[in-house]
Write a new protein. Structure first.
Length: 367
């Protein structure tokens, strides 16, 4: 195995320093009754911090508006009681020596109002489209767009007050911010629609509102993806030139870092280069980037959604070499950390063969 020491060195992420280059990727768990994280949630994240993960990125946390959430078991980052619950989570993670960001999330059209527990609350999105030609819910009014932007800012203020070290905005996987990005779900003819660059306006206004809320020295990271749950083959930006045009206004709005979500971290993003999406994003913006996409898994994470089979958690091919080459800065791990909370420590000790295999049945418990 190659020298992995660089993965355990401190690294800057915007204005803060992480203790190492391992992050826990956000994964929805739904163990927070009444939208409030419990002591079990605090212990769950603390275990991963104790296991050597330098940055915990929490599961998606939703906004004040119930239209942002698909279940009352999904934690919110709004309201006195949920925010107090998060403060205890932060305290537990800090006690283990790690940093922690909440992922701030609005589901948009991906919310099923009937399954949400609040069928009386309408599902809202840029254009009321789940897919091109497939309607769900309705399009947001200008006033609702403005309120959503303020709700993101309020969530960021709450995160800062709870002691989080920074925040991540969920702009990937077909959720609300991504719905504004994608032409398949954004057919608006106002200032929030238009060409690829024009469709970044909502996200840019969210970023600027969050920056105004938290001040200049608080990290803001955006998670984005080319693929969508609705269309795994879609690409927001089919070329490096298009990607540069897409990222420029987002960077200028006030970001510190990007979390670049792919299905397989080892795959090049564009022909003619070995760089993955995080590599291209760092090259084009100069900002720190987090790579993610089946890290640690011996097969594509998407294939684990429905399969009952166990999956090995030993794949870290090329990560240290790519970090050493400056392609990306931080490596996010998802399901391997569900299976083995101390997975980074096993990597460091050269004992990755001792890591437990992953099965989706493990999602039934919070351990």
């Amino acid at each position: 195995m190659s020298d992995l020491s660089i993965l355990f060195e401190p690294v800057k992420l915007g204005p803060i320093t992480l203790p190492n280059r391992w992050a826990m990727a956000p994964m929805t768990r739904q163990f927070s009754p009444n939208r409030t994280p419990t002591e079990d949630v605090a212990r769950y994240y603390q275990r991963r911090a104790e296991g050597g993960t330098g940055l915990i990125i929490t599961e998606g946390t939703t906004l004040r508006d119930l239209a942002s959430s698909g279940s009352d078991a999904i934690p919110a980052i709004s309201g006195e009681v949920p925010v107090a619950g998060w403060a205890k989570v932060v305290e537990a993670v800090h006690a283990a020596g790690s940093k922690i960001f909440p992922q701030i999330w609005h589901m948009g059209v991906m919310r099923d109002s009937q399954a949400s527990g609040h069928p009386e609350v309408e599902t809202l999105s840029p254009s009321g489209l789940l897919l091109p030609g497939k309607e769900r819910g309705r399009a947001m009014t200008d006033a609702e767009v403005a309120q959503s932007i303020e709700d993101f800012a309020e969530a960021a203020r709450n995160a800062q007050a709870a002691g989080f070290d920074g925040i991540e905005l969920h702009g990937a996987h077909g959720y609300l911010i991504d719905q504004f990005f994608w032409e398949g779900t954004n057919t608006r003819t106002d200032q929030y629609g238009g060409d690829m660059v024009a469709r970044t306006r909502f996200a840019c206004e969210v970023i600027r509102a969050v920056r105004a809320a938290v001040g200049p020295d608080y990290p803001i990271m955006l998670r984005y993806s080319q693929w969508k749950q609705q269309d795994f083959e879609s690409k927001l930006a089919p070329t490096p030139e298009a990607l540069e045009a897409f990222l420029a206004p987002l960077t200028d709005a006030g970001l510190d870092a990007y979390h670049c979500s792919t299905r397989r971290y080892w795959e090049p993003e564009f022909e003619g280069s070995d760089l993955n999406l995080a590599g291209w994003t760092k090259k084009l913006t100069g900002l720190a980037t987090v790579t993610v996409g089946s890290v640690g898994l011996n097969q594509d994470f998407v294939s684990t959604y429905a399969s009952e089979e166990t999956v090995g958690t030993t794949n870290i091919d090329g990560l240290a070499e790519r970090v050493s080459a400056g392609e990306f800065d931080v490596v996010a791990v998802g399901r391997a950390l569900i299976a083995t909370p101390d997975w980074p420590k096993l990597v460091q000790a050269g004992r990755l063969g001792d890591a437990a295999t992953y099965s989706r049945t493990q999602l039934a418990e919070l351990v």
